[in-house]
Design a protein around this ligand. Structure first.
Ligand code: IMP
Ligand code: MG
Length: 169
């Protein structure tokens, strides 16, 4: 495994971004929506870096199965039941690749009329974008590499690595 982004770099970027979110959303009814499974570590670290209150919930979408090739068909496999009209919503995602997953999720959540909706992604791979979706904030922009660790998997493995790595080919 080769380290692409180490723990310290992740920690610093989360601190910076969380400070900005804390400033911008202070006094607002903030709901963080994590997209399972890949975002679970990012969400845990991100909300602990905030110094304002927020609520946390999770959705799940699948398009990949056990393969690393997107099928393009995004299914919502776990939904949230919060009344979004009462919240400023921030979606937390592990990585935006083709953008199809987030395009589908943001379209769905917008129909529920949140007070506001923003997307924060840990990683952005703009080279592979297919859907009309740009995250509002991305902590790291990476080249077209398949990465694992810090929540991201290859066939459900490597999620527990504390850094973002690239497998040896
Ligand atoms: P998209 O719909 O193509 O943007 O894909 C988003 C989802 O694909 C992410 O939430 C990840 O679960 C998965 N994915 C995309 N690229 C990678 C990668 O490099 N490593 C691990 N998972 C990835
Ligand atoms: Mg994901």
């Amino acid at each position: 495994m080769n380290v692409l982004i180490d723990e310290e770099q992740i920690r610093l970027q989360i601190e910076r971004t969380a400070a900005e979110v804390s400033r911008r959303y202070r006094g607002r009814p903030l709901l963080m929506v994590g997209i399972l499974t890949g975002s679970f570590i990012f969400v845990a670290d991100f909300v602990r870096a905030l110094d304002i209150p927020c609520e946390v919930c999770f959705m799940a979408a699948s398009s990949y199965g056990d393969s690393d090739v997107s099928s393009g068909d995004v299914k919502i496999t776990r939904d949230i039941d919060r009344d979004l009209s009462k919240y400023d919503v921030i979606i937390l995602e592990d990585i935006v690749d083709t953008g199809r997953t987030l395009a589908r999720i943001t379209e769905m959540l917008k129909e529920r009329h949140p007070l506001s909706l923003a997307v924060i992604t840990l990683l952005d791979k703009p080279a592979r974008r297919e859907a009309d979706l740009e995250p509002d904030v991305s902590l790291f922009t990476i080249p077209d590499l398949f990465v694992v660790g810090y929540g991201l998997d290859y066939a459900e493995k490597y999620r527990q690595l504390p850094y973002i790595g690239v497998m040896d080919s």
